[in-house]
Ligand binder design. Structure first.
Ligand code: SME
Length: 163
């Protein structure tokens, strides 16, 4: 597989690339790393993008593969934009992070944020968190595309291994 997205890539190219990543490799960390690289390359005006993974025992969401500045490693259940979206199991678009009660600042450049839950085996196992330095950056089209990628990831999740 060619691990490069063309300059004029379309959403369907991103989906095809994600399918290629997920079908070719069972290692979860490798797949999350390549998916975050792919999406970060595709989506413009983003300052941070990465996965938070459910940790059984604590119930925390723990930092996984990401692109951007070093970030908060652990988010408690229900905390921040990530914790709230993953508790509710629905995509959450925040146009202005300063007006979101409990927002957790990781990168001070972030102005808007989007979280997409990833479900596998009937529960939420992770989330994709995307931050932008622009207010109101995220559109319905972004949600549709990222949900499609996260749905595919969730379908493969239980067949993947962690190391
Ligand atoms: N802002 C998030 C924390 C994660 S960082 O943006 C990478 C939140 O409020 O949950």
């Amino acid at each position: 597989m060619e691990l490069e997205l063309k300059e004029a890539a379309r959403p369907e190219d991103v989906i095809a690339f994600a399918d290629a990543v997920l079908s070719g490799e069972p290692n979860l960390i490798a797949n999350l790393a390549n998916l975050v690289s792919l999406l970060n390359q595709y989506l413009p005006r983003i300052n941070w993008m990465g996965f938070y993974l459910y940790e059984s025992g604590t119930g925390d969401w723990v930092l996984g593969p990401f692109a951007g500045k070093p970030a908060c490693t652990r988010i408690g259940a229900g905390q921040g934009v990530v914790g709230q979206a993953l508790a509710e199991g629905e995509p959450l678009v925040v146009d202005d992070v300063f007006s979101f009660p409990g927002h957790i600042v990781c990168d001070a450049d972030s102005r808007s944020e989007l979280v997409i839950p990833i479900s596998a085996g009937g529960r939420i196992v992770a989330g994709l968190d995307v931050d932008s330095p622009e207010f109101g950056r995220f559109t319905g089209d972004d949600v549709v595309l990222l949900e499609a990628v996260c749905r595919r990831l969730g379908e493969r999740w239980l067949d993947c291994r962690w190391y």
